[in-house]
Design a protein around this ligand. Sequence first.
Ligand code: ZN
Length: 244
Amino acid sequence: MNLNDIEKLGVPDQVLSVVPQVEQRTGIPIEFREIDEAAKSKLGQFAKAEAVLDIDAQYQTIRVWIAPECRRAHAITHELLHLKRDVLEGSPRWFPSVDAPVGSEALVFSLQTELDHLYVIPEEIALHPEAQGWWDNHYEETIGRAAERQDHFAIAMHWALLRTTMPESNRAMLACAERVRTLPSAWLRVINNYQCDVRDALHDPMALMAHQIAFVRQAYPDDAQYFMRGKYISEGGRLGVKCL
Ligand SMILES: [Zn+2]
């Protein structure tokens, strides 16, 4: 798969232009690859995704992994918007510390995905209105599954995302609100407060990250130590990571 194939799917030019800009700045050729069995073991928690952005500053590689059945333009746009935020805009983000155990690392990636999605999903829907239905289904399923396993932390995270990224979405909102209302009242308060904190801090990612880590400390106090704030930098034709 190459940039021509991606273009044929209907990814807008302004999104495609992220690819040469990132290549020029980092000196790294961006690879578009199909998710195969070997890739699945490497991608871990993301193996079932339709598309995954995989940036590796240590080995100087940037790959967009795409599931063989994925032919939806908005899924590719989504990954390239992540790439834009990470490399072109150098947005603050979470990295797991080098000593993070696997479970804590997964938590760091979840919070990082939440942080990025607060900005990426509205941009994706603005470019591809059909993506709204896909995200409606996604939130409904994800919050439904989290409610079944009584995972209040995951419910709070996805509820804040849903309310912030799709304020006009009725279907997922109604279905999820029903789930959220059945939670113990102490958690309901925590979830509502977290959602307001996230919404109010959208203009300031560092403040938003402070709310996220406070929330992690509350739910998973032992894992907070493995969260590192940083950003990607591209200097001298190389991609690096700077701690913040
Ligand atoms: Zn994403």
